[in-house]
Design a protein. Structure first.
Length: 95
């Protein structure tokens, strides 16, 4: 799974790599948080179950925020790349 696989950038390739990595980590955290939250209904009661559910509930909003922010950064990268291509086309038409 490669998030934003159709997105490429000449100038912001490192930022695109960081965005892809944070997206994968955020999706993994959301999946683990969801599994942890729903697993508490199938386990016996105890300290470990309560602790796991609290951790899963605490991780979910931050994971969603990271996922949202990485989407914003990806859209900025896409805007910059399209602006770069338009600028190159305009400069080449002047010559």
């Amino acid at each position: 799974m490669k998030p934003y696989k159709n997105l490429s950038s000449k100038n912001l390739s490192l930022l695109l790599l960081i965005t892809r990595l944070t997206t994968v980590m955020a999706i993994a955290a959301i999946v683990l948080s969801t599994i942890g939250f729903f697993s508490q209904f199938f386990m016996q009661t105890g300290f470990g179950v309560n602790q796991w559910s609290v951790i899963s509930i605490a991780i979910l909003p931050s994971s969603l925020t990271v996922l949202f922010c990485s989407g914003i950064v990806a859209s900025i990268i896409a805007f910059e790349e399209s602006y770069r291509k338009k600028s190159e086309a305009y400069i080449s038409s002047l010559n």
